[in-house]
Design a protein around this ligand. Structure first.
Ligand SMILES: [Zn+2]
Length: 315
């Protein structure tokens, strides 16, 4: 842990993640309407190798590879790309095949994990021509990493919100929540995220800036109508209800209708350590620590042992 922090201090612009760090860590490479991508690294244990997951891939493969390389991660180390949904700011298509072409020997070899409800769209986008697996309500990503999914309405197909539960070597568990493009906060989402150690959540817009912007009315309605994005206030209310324990990461700030200062002000009372992601600059590595009180967390859907790769979901 201290090695990780030393590492962060030594090179703030593109910190390499110390391979021997014992703590899982998240870096938001970019977040906003021009592309979203985060990287989650689970350290190796005596039984398992280091794991690398991308959450969304809304940047071009080339840019993603460059940002990963600057952080000491090779493209072929990425085990899986886990998609919240397939809008182009979360699933880059560019002018050609985007990520489909990038999944090839010697470059990215990741499998794509796409929620079952998005598989039809994935097929239309040609994503099924590479190794794609459907994501259900619960799945075992690795023997020490479980992923639980809650789907919320976002546009027509919805968005997958994630809770990662990571087994530490010490026997404790670290919980990371990840929710973007949620549109609204439901009681189920609050339950899904309750008590996570670290939460990454969108804080998309300031309602006054949204209302007074020159955006067309249909767009304002789409964003604010409950199936688009969360305002700073809705996001801050959600964080309070979820009883997040340690670290808050704000995602997907609108460049036109929000500022980091406004978002920060709304979230000020949380008392959590806070990181605000941006479109153009990656965050530092954020260690997914287990907060001291976390031992008592009982997440209802958490299972102690799962035998197969994908559990809990049925067609
Ligand atoms: Zn988005």
């Amino acid at each position: 842990m201290s090695r990780l922090l030393d590492n962060l201090r030594s090179n703030e612009s593109a910190p390499r993640l110390e391979p021997s760090s014992a703590t899982a860590a998240l870096c938001v490479l970019a977040s906003g309407s021009r592309g979203n991508c985060s990287v989650l690294v689970i350290p190796s244990t005596k039984d398992t190798p280091r794991r690398v997951y991308l959450i969304d891939a809304g940047l071009s493969p080339r840019r993603t590879a460059k940002l990963l390389d600057e952080r000491g991660i090779r493209p072929d180390e990425v085990d899986a790309i886990i998609y919240t949904h397939l809008d182009t700011d979360h699933c880059y298509v560019g002018s050609g095949a985007g990520w489909v072409k990038a999944i090839r020997p010697g470059y990215f070899r990741a499998k794509l994990l796409i929620h079952r409800g998005h598989m039809g769209r994935a097929e239309r986008m040609g994503l099924l021509s590479v190794h794609t697996e459907p994501l259900d309500d619960a799945c075992e990503l690795a023997s020490n990493v479980n992923l639980y999914t809650e789907v919320l309405s976002h546009d027509s197909l919805g968005v997958a919100c994630f809770r990662f539960v990571i087994d530490n070597e010490s026997g404790t568990k670290a919980h990371l929540g990840y929710a973007t493009d949620c549109g609204r906060v439901t009681p189920r989402l609050i339950e899904h995220m309750r008590g996570v150690d670290t939460l990454a959540i969108e804080s998309n817009y300031c309602p006054q800036m949204q209302q007074s912007s020159d955006r067309p009315m249909f767009l304002k309605k789409r964003i604010m109508g409950g199936s688009g994005h969360l305002s700073n206030q809705l996001s801050a209310n959600a964080v309070a209800s979820m009883r997040v324990r340690e670290h808050l990461i704000l995602l997907h700030l609108s460049q036109q209708c929000n500022t980091p200062e406004l978002a920060a002000t709304q979230h000020d009372h949380s008392g959590l350590t806070r990181t605000i992601s941006t479109q153009h600059e990656a965050t530092p590595w954020i260690p997914i620590n287990t907060a001291s009180q976390s031992v008592d967390i009982v997440f209802p859907r958490m299972k102690t042992k799962q035998g197969s790769l994908f559990v809990g979901g049925k067609k």
